[in-house]
Design a protein around this ligand. Structure first.
Ligand SMILES: *Cc1c(COP(=O)(O)O)cnc(C)c1O
Length: 358
């Protein structure tokens, strides 16, 4: 129950263990196409998304490369460990970064972004920063960006599948996610969804990005011209099959229903930890559904007590490093029973009783 990836559901594990098939031809293209269709629907994007082998960060790199050109200025809220990563990625692509400080546990204040956005080309923000378990108001940030003629690019790696977000309705230009968090598939695939504004931005560039693999036009070319092999590289067919199996499972229940259940589970986890004296890091109203972070003096002690019970959770990551535990609610173990076992283990490590038990 770490903060991603989670354990696979049995049916997805079966899809993963099938024999390798060719990454072209009718059998494969039907699998690939259905995966993109389901992903696009889930992300609320009318344009077909991109499925790119690599981790989520591969697509964060691609997002920055395709949306911006060297020398442009972008605003990046420092939401924690993954906000810092966005700053590092933007800097590595020679962008000028205007960092906006964010109080730990609080959502990004769109007003502070509005104060510094004049003259900038974009806002780049995490939807949920996995280091804090805080959900940030990316819809409001998109409005602030648009008022200033800038674009809004979102890292939704630990939000998609667990939070409601509709790329086209929110007017987000580009959203990144990955296979292994809320999508509950194995790690190894990144996803990019472009809103209409993102497409326009790509078409308005003065020149192509300095990458072949990460240039979205490379992916477009194969999609358009090689229908029998609609991507430029050999796809990890088994990962895509496991992802498709997971998307089919989510769709059988319905995305909204899945998100609602996950929100209830996250609440149960947060409330249980609070009753044991571990205050949630996230302020009321911005708590994420896929990861719960809670303050504690000795996270290592809590983690090792849980490990003795066969459950692995995460410690903190800056700014919660050494000061918090994080419980991932992703995959097969995102159940009431498992959350209750975590709470029992935390209680035992603190020498207290589980609230409400007995
Ligand atoms: C996990 C995570 C990442 C990194 O994803 P990788 O697949 O490890 O590259 C980036 N941003 C957020 C918000 C994450 O939760």
């Amino acid at each position: 129950m770490i903060a991603g990836p989670g354990e696979l559901h049995e049916s997805d594990l079966k899809a993963l263990s099938k024999q390798v098939i060719a990454h072209y031809g009718d059998v494969w293209t039907a699998i690939h196409e259905e995966t993109l269709t389901r992903l696009g629907r889930m992300l609320g994007a009318a344009g077909s998304p991109y499925l790119i082998p690599g981790s989520g960060s591969t697509c964060l790199d691609a997002a920055v490369l395709n949306m911006f050109e060297p020398g442009q200025r972008i605003v990046v809220p420092n939401t924690g460990f993954f906000g810092v990563r966005l700053i590092e990625i933007a800097t590595s692509h020679h962008l000028q970064v205007v960092e906006v400080p964010v109080e730990v546990g609080a959502p990004v204040d769109p007003g502070r972004v509005a104060d510094v956005i004049g003259g900038a080309d974009g806002v780049l923000c995490t939807h949920v920063d996995t280091s804090t378990g805080v959900r940030h108001p990316v819809e409001a940030l998109a409005r602030v960006a648009h008022e200033a003629g800038a674009v809004c690019v979102v890292d939704g790696i630990s939000s998609v599948g667990g939070e409601l977000l509709d790329v086209d309705a929110a007017g987000i230009e580009l959203l990144v996610t990955a296979s292994q968090k809320g999508l509950e598939a194995p790690p190894g695939l990144g996803v990019i969804a472009l809103g209409p504004g993102g497409r326009e931005r790509i078409e308005a560039r003065s020149r192509r990005p300095e990458s072949w693999y990460l240039d979205l036009l490379t992916w477009d070319w194969y999609r358009t011209n090689w229908s029998w092999h609609p991507h430029p590289v050999t796809m990890p067919v088994n990962l895509v099959r496991a992802l498709l199996s997971s998307l089919q499972r989510i769709d059988r229940t319905g995305l909204r229903e899945c998100i609602g259940r996950r929100a209830d589970l996250a609440k149960r986890c947060r409330e249980g930890l609070r009753q044991l004296g571990l205050e949630p890091v996230a302020q009321a109203g911005c708590e994420a559904n896929l990861v719960v972070a809670a303050w504690t003096d000795d996270p290592a002690k809590v983690q090792s007590a849980l490990l003795e019970r066969g459950i692995m959770i995460s410690g903190g990551l800056q700014p919660t490093f050494g000061k918090a535990i994080r419980v991932g609610l992703m995959g097969r173990t995102a159940t009431t029973e498992m959350v209750d076992r975590v709470l029992e283990g935390v209680a035992a490590s603190l020498g207290s009783d589980v609230p409400g038990a007995g």
